[in-house]
Write a protein that binds this ligand. Structure first.
Ligand code: MN
Length: 377
């Protein structure tokens, strides 16, 4: 399929991806249209896609993921989104507001499922776009694209309620082939969590073999789970609809930093999350320098403005689930990287914020409300 993008493909793969010849009934455009139409209703529509077609969405997506590397190299001209956490209406709204994936290039930084009300519809829409535009639409894996997490935080429950356990298992098998990182124009590293104390080499990350699991690899777990040390995220830029940050022009940053008495160690235990680590500004400097990179873009943490820039301008956190879990007042953020590595940020309110009418549920019995404390993304 030839995408109608008005920009060059962000994916400089030498070989085009081949999409398997679909069975006659398996019409991805029609499935996508059904999903998008269901978001127009005033009700939450579950089960709008028959299960056998979702199995085909999964197997087709998986075959594409297997043809692309575990670290994807992309060109500029791309929009980057953080966690969306099953907030299907907000994802559809995001595409309406910032451009449909049939025209714009996208990279989602994982945590697509769990927490919110519509994991299945959200991941299916992203899989449809991946199949339709395999070299222009991308996502990497978050810690919730792991069975150990999504068995507990909503996805399994939704699969059992509206489909089956075997569908949940097929999704998770597919997730184990998701890329774990992206590199944009050889300058910007994108992961869900952060860098790892296991390696300072991007080549080691490129060598991760699939299928892979966070349960068997400390490196994978770190990339999915780690956070920047709080000392480097204390200054957020003043909020605006279109904050401008030029990368890599960091040389004349004139912010006066008060040095803490003891800089944090390169990696330290994150007592809030329990089993993951903070990486320090110095650790990030070492990783970026050794790999000739300028910037880390990651997700994984709720940030009030939808995006947060570190004090040294070398770490950006994106979060794209506005009004997260219905209990936070945060906005969602979208980062745009243009050619020339010019980065800009835009924010958006939640669909529910703009449409105050509460939605009714159809398509199955009432699921239990999802009110887990949204502290661990
Ligand atoms: Mn996360």
């Amino acid at each position: 399929m030839q995408p109608s993008h008005n920009t060059d493909s962000p994916c400089p793969f030498s070989r085009p991806v081949s999409v398997p010849t679909p069975e006659p009934e398996f019409n991805v455009k029609r499935i996508l249209q059904t999903l998008l139409s269901s978001a127009n209703d005033s009700t939450i529509c579950h089960s709008v896609i028959p299960e056998h077609l979702i199995f085909q969405l999964i197997s087709t997506t998986e075959s594409i993921l297997k043809q692309q590397p575990v670290v994807i190299d992309l060109a500029g001209n791309i929009k980057i989104c953080g966690d969306v956490h099953a907030q299907f209406l907000d994802v559809v709204n995001l595409f309406k507001r910032f451009g449909s994936p049939d025209r714009e290039n996208y990279l989602f930084l994982g945590d697509i499922v769990d927490r919110g009300p519509q994991s299945i519809e959200t991941i299916c829409v992203l899989f449809c776009y991946k199949i339709l535009f395999p070299e222009n639409f991308f996502f990497i894996r978050g810690n919730h694209e792991c069975a150990s997490m999504n068995a507990t935080f909503g996805f399994l429950e939704e699969c059992l309620q509206f489909y089956s356990r075997s569908l949940w298992e097929a999704f998770n098998n597919c997730f184990s082939y998701m890329p774990i990182a992206a590199v944009i124009d050889d300058q910007i590293l994108c992961v869900h969590g952060g860098i790892s104390g296991e390696t300072t080499s991007l080549e080691t990350i490129r060598a991760i073999e699939r299928p892979y699991s966070e349960l068997t690899s400390a490196l994978v777990r770190d990339l999915l789970w780690n956070d920047p040390h709080p000392s480097m995220m204390t200054k957020e830029p003043s909020i605006s609809q279109n904050h401008q940050l030029t990368v890599p022009d960091c040389a004349d940053d004139t912010v006066q930093l008060t040095e803490p008495p003891q800089p944090p160690p390169l990696f330290s235990r994150n007592s809030q999350r329990g089993s993951s680590f903070y990486f320090s500004e110095q650790a990030l400097d070492i990783f970026l320098t050794e790999n000739n990179l300028q910037l880390l873009v990651r997700a994984h943490q709720t940030v009030a403005r939808g995006f947060a820039v570190s004090t040294n301008l070398k770490c950006v956190t994106m979060f794209s689930a506005p009004n997260y879990a219905g209990v936070c007042t945060n906005r969602g953020g979208v980062m745009t990287i243009n050619t020339g590595m010019h980065c800009s940020f835009k924010t958006f309110k939640s669909y529910l914020d703009e449409n105050k009418e509460p939605r009714q549920r159809t398509g199955g019995s009432q699921p239990e409300s999802n009110t887990q404390t949204p502290d661990k993304n």
